[in-house]
Design a protein around this ligand. Structure first.
Ligand SMILES: *Cc1c(COP(=O)(O)O)cnc(C)c1O
Length: 474
């Protein structure tokens, strides 16, 4: 290896160490917030004629780390991904080092076997075993993409000619809850189904789809001569962390002969815990399942999969082309994942999950998920016990939605709670101490959404978070 690369790597390893150490120091901000226009001025973003040395690149690494959001810092609870898993991090480095595509066994031998094993493991957790159907699945770039593939499989099942002929009409409709992820709208756009045909079903006060409302919506659609073909339940809604009741939804799907999809992008990982997996009771009845391992399972972005009860559906929906130059008849061709994918080149996303799972074991993963829930319960209790904090809904999983009430509510004049909570959040971000997202309910209520899935968070951190919020002057 060249001398300058070797020196770089030594410095780099130290840098990784100090960066990670920084995450556990309270004095380290989660983010050094700089306005976009100012950051653009501060950093040399130009691409120039003359190249830079590796020393220069090292300074750029330092700069990048400095302005990055520390998503594994215990004070980061902004998104559904967070935390740091060392074996998974090693997996990502090995993937970059070996730079290949998943398309065939020939160019990614072990990776194709590993991905298969992971998919089978997940399918087993869902409760799908090879009997009448052979379960399958594939890793995809994101849960949104996985939901799109689920709709594609269902569309091609109800309308087998759609793949070759295109859509025959615009009467196919599907149903999701009003708390479902916005990716369904994106998917129907791509698939030629149309966003107006993505029908939202009412949810209850906990954010769970109301099965009776689903049944009614199907009857209504049929009365309008529309053709229902797909229902997606959400297991772990993005904002409230609600779990739709799967058994009654499955029954409705069966009765109406509809494809039953579960969007478990957020909550699918709850299946790893015997204690909490009842939240997904009935999930084995689904035809397809979206699962993001980069969320609760704490591996780096992205680690998403679309799983399906019958892998024929996935292959029929995705396969086509490439035989002339990439998919050859070989003794290993049944291990080529390419025909099950809409992508040609596909990143190796399985290695990080595999290393993480090998290291933690089923037991370790179960504990990780249980700990996420235990932490959520502690924070919920803190909120309930404090007269200045108000839960927006009873937490069902790891999303704690709450708002802060002012110290002196009367203060002489009318008080706008929404502006107050927004101002608190803005100040939190500007100070860089905590990054916790906010959301708006249908009635306009603005509230904090704390996500409890960072293994580094202790009760101490939660105490400090609450204390900081309550002491903040607006
Ligand atoms: C996060 C999420 C998605 C989207 O997943 P990406 O991997 O971000 O594309 C879909 N559905 C639900 C319920 C989610 O929480």
């Amino acid at each position: 290896m060249k001398k300058d690369m070797e020196q770089f790597l030594h410095k780099f390893i130290e840098k990784i160490g100090s960066y990670l150490e920084g995450n556990s120091l309270e004095t380290t901000p989660v983010v050094e917030y700089v306005k976009a226009t100012e950051l653009e001025e501060k950093i040399d973003l130009s691409l120039e004629l003359k190249g830079k040395s590796l020393d220069d690149i090292f300074s750029m690494v330092e700069e990048y780390l400095h302005y990055s959001v520390r998503t594994s810092h215990p004070n980061f609870a902004n998104q559904l991904y967070m935390g740091f898993n060392f074996p998974a991090f090693v997996g990502e480095m090995v993937v970059a080092l070996t730079n290949t595509s998943m398309a065939t066994f020939e160019i990614a031998p072990l990776a194709n076997l590993i991905e298969n094993k992971i998919i089978n493991k997940m399918n087993g957790l869902i409760g799908w075993y090879a009997q009448d159907d052979t379960p399958g699945g594939i890793m995809v770039p994101g849960g949104s993409y996985a939901n799109m593939v689920a709709m594609l499989m269902a569309r091609n099942k109800i309308c087998p000619t759609a793949k070759q002929e295109g859509m025959p009409h615009n009467k196919f409709v599907l149903f999701v809850s009003d708390r479902s992820h916005y990716s369904f709208d994106k998917g129907v756009n791509i698939l030629g189904i149309g966003t107006k045909n993505c029908i939202t079903v009412a949810s209850d006060k906990h954010g769970r789809m109301i099965p009776e409302a689903l049944a009614e919506a199907i009857v209504e659609a049929k009365a309008k001569k529309l053709i229902p073909f797909f229902v997606a339940a959400t297991s772990g809604t993005t904002v409230h962390g609600a779990f739709d009741p799967l058994n009654p939804i499955a029954k409705i799907c069966k009765k109406n002969n509809l494809w039953f999809h579960i969007d478990g992008a957020w909550g699918g990982s709850v299946l790893l815990s015997k204690k909490h997996r009842n939240l997904l009771d009935g999930c084995h009845q689904a035809d397809s399942f979206t699962w993001d391992a980069h969320k609760m399972m704490g591996v780096p972005f992205h680690a998403s999969m679309i799983l399906c009860k019958n892998k024929k559906n996935l292959c029929e929906a995705s396969a086509g082309g490439g035989e002339s130059y990439i998919f050859h008849n070989t003794e290993n061709d049944q291990f080529d994942s390419g025909p099950n994918s809409l992508q040609c080149g596909r990143r190796v996303d399985c290695l990080k999950i595999w290393f993480a799972w090998k290291h933690l074991g089923d037991e370790g993963y179960e504990k990780l998920i249980n700990d996420h829930f235990d932490r959520a319960i502690i924070l919920t209790k803190m909120i309930q016990d404090n007269s200045r904090l108000e839960l927006i809904c009873e937490p069902q999983s790891l999303n704690i939605c709450f708002r802060v009430l002012p110290n002196d509510p009367t203060g002489g004049k009318e008080f706008d709670l929404n502006s107050y909570n927004l101002a608190l959040r803005e100040k939190l971000v500007a100070e860089g101490k905590f990054l916790v997202n906010y959301s708006t309910d249908d009635d306009g209520t603005i509230f904090f959404r704390y996500i409890s899935s960072n293994p580094m968070v202790t009760k101490d951190y939660l105490d400090k978070f609450i204390k900081t919020l309550l002491e903040m002057e607006i």
